[in-house]
Design a protein around this ligand. Structure first.
Ligand SMILES: C[S@@+](CC[C@H](N)C(=O)[O-])C[C@H]1O[C@@H](n2cnc3c(N)ncnc32)[C@H](O)[C@@H]1O
Length: 534
């Protein structure tokens, strides 16, 4: 680009921090409910998005041009993806700010909300640098038609006009190298006429790539790359490889893949964690998903490899994936300390992420005692006693689990009201309490076993006492967000249970004398059902 021939202009950028969507100007951070409502309205529609209002003063000297651009609106059309609650909440929980240029973080996780951009991608990100540089270049050296190439980028989101500003001299500018990593061939033929690109089934291609993307995330997590980069400045691939003990060429490719997926930031100085990698992918954060990612890699991946057999046979595939068939999945998990620890860490990470929404879905302040049956590490129990300081919570789980809970206890927290009791909820006596909690427990079991468990609870539960279920609740047509329906496949490959609809849970509960069944869809990974013993 020709800008390098001129003096550095004196540039003032104004109002760059306003993002306006449908004449709604977002100047302040919005809370997640507002964000949810606002984004829901964009579902599957095309919208004009105006961002990056620039006021530019260029002083000229020595025969160079003086320029002032005050009105620099550039209209860009953005098509928002078919938004599912799952996507929205994933995004909202990512903590991406809503209040500044690039307001919905389109260059990072926000990109998943957007199907395509007509116009200038950078304009949606914030200051329309692309157009600014183009205008400067035009003013100094009007471009010949052949210098303008049209490219199609397949990064998220798809962008249909992202002009190449290079003139050949700067073809490998940092920008083209780092921000726009993947694209297909130029679409202009020799006559300067755009060839029509065949319409790509982007959704399908994305799904075909999905397993590679998952595996890249899993391997980077296993190698603790996100831990390694936490709280550090950018690092070069060669240094990361040497610290982690991996090959330089393999590490570089993995890091580039992670950067393209928005998990890492890549700059000329090296690779660093994105904010969401720091929050969710390092192993020690409160909301770390590390445990579940490792479980997904080591346990779920081999099971999903046998999905075809699971579908043909309609049953779990532990014997094919791991060469043994235990009576139930928990015997599989608890046969070795390593597998048990991994499973508990996986449960712990999801429980931490969901506990606040589960605990607050209903007002539980009337209950004085609760028992979290199959409560595992006690993550939900600890959240409950934070929210309801007068509630005493007992975590009831198999002896192998209870013996292993100390590792997962929060430090520096008042933990007195949570107690741990070991037992088998199918066989042993259950504690007498006001509220029985079953979080991700019923989905592990067949209707037959669910009846056994519910009848045991019903027998010990006094009138007015209650059951709280936390599960991914399907809707009656089973047309939920994909997370829930993929979770259904998860249950098929590894358990005798299944995800159920609200009506199915209601019918099961009512058969055991529980009435007034209320369902709250939280928007988090788990929904909540409360019912009372008549
Ligand atoms: C899918 S995990 C859910 C853990 C936790 N409630 C959560 O939501 O994170 C199921 C839990 O049920 C426990 N469990 C399975 N069978 C059990 C039994 N017969 N008696 C007591 N607990 C059992 C498991 O050990 C495990 O902790």
């Amino acid at each position: 680009m020709h800008v390098k021939h001129m003096r550095t202009p004196d540039i003032v950028i104004g109002a760059d921090t306003i993002v306006s969507v449908d004449e709604q100007i977002l100047e302040k951070p919005v809370d997640k409910q507002d964000a949810y409502r606002m984004l829901s309205r964009l579902n599957g529609k095309e919208h004009s998005v105006f961002t990056g209002v620039a006021i530019i003063h260029c002083r000229s000297k020595d025969n160079q041009l003086e320029m002032e651009i005050t009105d620099f609106y550039e209209e860009t059309k953005v098509k928002f993806s078919e938004l599912s609650e799952e996507l929205l909440w994933e995004y909202i929980h990512s903590g991406e700010p809503m209040d500044k240029a690039g307001g919905y973080g389109i260059q990072a996780l926000g990109g998943m909300l957007v199907e395509y951009v007509h116009g200038d991608f950078l304009n949606v990100v914030g200051f329309p640098l692309n157009h600014f540089c183009k205008k400067l270049a035009e003013l100094y050296y009007p471009p010949s038609k052949h210098n303008v190439q049209h490219k199609k980028y397949d990064s998220i989101p798809s962008v249909d006009t992202f002009e190449n500003l290079s003139d050949g001299e700067c073809e490998s500018s940092n920008f083209t190298e780092h921000k726009v990593a993947s694209f297909t061939v130029p679409l202009e033929n020799q006559n300067g006429v755009l060839q029509s690109a065949s319409k790509l089934p982007s959704k399908i291609l994305e799904l075909m790539d999905g397993f590679r993307a998952s595996k890249a995330l899993f391997v980077a997590s296993k190698l603790k790359i996100f831990d390694h980069l936490k709280d550090k400045g950018p690092m070069k691939a060669v240094d990361i490889a040497s610290d982690v003990g991996t090959s330089v060429c393999g590490t570089e490719r993995l890091l580039d893949a992670c950067a393209s997926l928005g998990l890492l930031e890549k700059t000329p100085q090296g690779y660093s964690n994105t904010d969401s990698a720091n929050t969710y992918l390092t192993s020690d954060g409160k909301y770390s998903l590390h445990g579940y990612i490792i479980h997904s890699n080591d346990h779920l991946w081999p099971l999903f490899t046998n999905l075809e057999s699971a579908v043909k046979e309609g049953s779990r595939q532990n014997h094919r994936a791991f060469g043994k068939k235990a009576d139930d999945l928990f015997k599989d998990y608890y046969h070795s300390q390593e597998v048990k620890q991994r499973f508990m860490a996986a449960m712990h990470s999801i429980a931490n992420l969901t506990a606040r929404d589960v605990a607050t879905a209903f007002d539980l302040s009337q209950f004085k005692s609760a028992c979290d049956l199959g409560g595992c590490t006690g993550a939900l129990a600890h959240e409950l006693v934070q929210v309801y300081p007068n509630l005493k919570v007992t975590v009831f789980d198999l002896p192998e689990v209870i013996a292993n809970t100390s590792y997962f206890q929060p430090s520096g927290q008042h933990t007195a009201p949570v107690t741990f009791v070991s037992g088998d909820f199918f066989k042993d006596n259950l504690p007498e309490v006001d509220l029985y909690i079953l979080s991700r427990v019923l989905h592990d079991w067949s209707d037959e076993k669910v009846h056994v468990l519910l009848s045991k609870i019903s027998a010990v539960c006094r009138p007015g006492c209650a059951i709280l279920l936390a599960e991914m609740v399907l809707d009656d047509e089973k047309k939920n967000r994909s997370t829930a329906l993929l979770q259904s496949l998860n249950m098929l490959v590894q358990t005798e249970g299944k995800e159920r609809s609200g009506s199915e849970y209601q019918a099961l509960l009512e058969q055991h004398g529980f009435t007034n069944v209320k369902i709250r869809v939280t928007g988090n990974l788990l929904d909540v059902i409360l019912c009372v013993k008549a």
